[in-house]
Design a protein around this ligand. Sequence first.
Ligand SMILES: [Zn+2]
Ligand SMILES: [Zn+2]
Length: 282
Amino acid sequence: MGSHLLNRIYHIVQQAIFPSKCLVCDVFFHIPDRNRDRNSFDTIADERAWPLSISAQVEISLDSCLCPGCLSDLSPVESPFCTGCGIPFTGRQGPDHYCGACLASGKQFGIARAPLVYDKVITEVIHSFKYRGKIQLAEPLSELLLTAFMFFWDIDGIDIVLPVPLHPSRLRQRGFNQAYLLIGYWPRLAARHPGDFSRIQIERDLLIRTMPTAPQSALGRDQRADNIKGAFDLADKDAVQGKNILLIDDVYTTGATVNECGRLLLDRGARQVDVLTLARAI
Ligand SMILES: [Zn+2]
Ligand SMILES: [Zn+2]
């Protein structure tokens, strides 16, 4: 009997005895057989035609922690979306183009992208991750974000990856920064990718939050921009000179937070600032 067949039998038996529990709705489910020696990123990097569509990335990254029902309720961002801020347009036809908001007001970043629309299921996933201690979501979410990065950007186009920081008082309260965790697995996952990631610096402590602010979620659009103004600084003021920056956060809502980070980074000489988040509010 070949080891491949043994692995399959092992997977089937293991899944029958210990089915997985969905991290969103708590139902038990069977992980698809593809994941028996799960390293889906190897699958992504080596076996599949690249680039994968966003919906295939979502499925491959999350099908070991979400039941098929929750997985199919997620909404991958599909074209057409805004060329600038990445907001998906409700009409499902035509090419990508700039939205009215991007045309009306200059944003402090080049492009913003996200693999998922911020809806009920991804809100649950992010809440499980942020507030209910489901840290096991960090690796699949990190993987999804990395594949989305490779889908939307040319690896050579980014020099430094910066997670949006929490203020130290908020960090103490929560125990971790979700934006750090979202890129936590990048070095390990990227090492298996044929592209050259080694020149991309991942800087967790360069962008710092100097001011505690009220949670953005409690505020309206205008208040958010005021609330976050002047809240960031750089630990080394010359570190971004002439660099292309990728900002990472969990959710893009009004863009006030990343816009404020972008303003600071461009002030300090960054050549370009782009934004990648897990989810995009519409
Ligand atoms: Zn579920
Ligand atoms: Zn836009």
